[in-house]
Design a protein around this ligand. Structure first.
Ligand code: CTP
Ligand code: MG
Length: 179
C-alpha cells in the first residue's frame, strides 16, 4: 500500500506542481482578457493568467525532468522506464492537462456564481488531476505506468495533499486564502 501511494504521488507530481508554479509566476494579463461570458460573469476570472499558465507549464516540465534524473541516480524506474523524449511528451500532457483542468474548474466556478478565489470543494482539488489523466491517457505508455490502482489512489489522496500544500502556500503568504 505504501509503495502504491508513493508511486501515485510520484507519477502525478508533474500534475501537482504546475498550479503551485502558477501561484508564484501568476499575474498580468488574464487569459480571458477580462471579458465576460454571456451570463454577465467573467469567463475565467483574474486568477487565470498567461504568466501563470506559462510558469506553471514550465514548472511541471521541470518537475518531470528532475524526477526522471532522480530515478536514474537512485535506480528506480517509473518515468525513466521510458526513453527521455517519450517521458517529455508525457510531462507535456500531464502539465498542460493540469493547467487546462484548472481553467475548466474556474470556468465552471464562474458559471455557478463563485467569485474568484472562492472555495469549491472537490472541484478545486480534482479538476486539474482529472484533466491531467484525460490528456495523459493519449500517451502511448500511459496504461503501463498509470494502472487503475494508481489512478484510484491518486484521486483519493489528492484532495488531502491539495489541502496540505495550499495551507503551506498560505503560511508562506503565497496565497491569500488557505485553500
Ligand atoms: N494562477 C495564474 N494563472 C493560472 C493559474 C493560477 O496566474 N493559469 C495564479 C493566480 O494568481 C491565482 C493563483 O495562481 O490567484 C491560485 O490559483 P487558483 O486557486 O487556481 O485561482 P483562484 O484565484 O482561486 O481563482 P479561481 O476561483 O478561478 O479558482
Ligand atoms: Mg482557488
Amino acid at each position: 500500500m505504501f509503495t502504491l501511494i508513493f508511486k501515485a504521488i510520484w507519477l502525478f507530481m508533474p500534475s501537482y506542481t504546475p498550479n503551485n508554479f502558477a501561484v508564484i509566476t501568476g499575474g498580468g494579463k488574464p487569459i480571458d482578457f477580462g471579458r465576460d461570458f454571456i451570463d454577465g460573469r467573467r469567463i475565467l476570472g483574474d486568477g487565470k493568467t498567461f504568466r501563470g499558465f506559462a510558469g506553471g507549464f514550465a514548472g511541471g516540465m521541470l518537475t518531470g525532468i528532475l524526477q526522471y534524473h532522480v530515478e536514474m541516480i537512485l535506480g528506480f524506474h517509473f518515468f525513466s522506464s521510458l526513453d527521455f523524449y517519450q517521458a517529455l511528451s508525457l510531462f507535456t500532457l500531464l502539465s498542460a492537462g493540469s493547467l487546462l483542468g484548472d481553467m475548466v474548474g474556474s470556468f465552471i466556478k464562474r458559471r455557478l456564481g463563485f467569485e474568484r478565489g472562492k472555495k469549491a470543494p472537490l472541484l478545486d482539488q480534482l479538476d486539474f488531476l482529472v484533466f491531467s489523466i484525460i490528456l495523459a491517457s493519449f500517451h502511448e505508455s500511459f496504461y503501463v505506468l498509470y494502472t487503475w490502482q494508481v489512478i484510484l489512489v491518486g484521486i483519493v489522496i489528492t484532495p488531502l495533499l491539495h489541502r496540505i500544500t495550499n495551507f503551506i502556500a498560505y503560511l508562506l503568504r503565497l496565497k491569500d486564502v488557505p485553500w
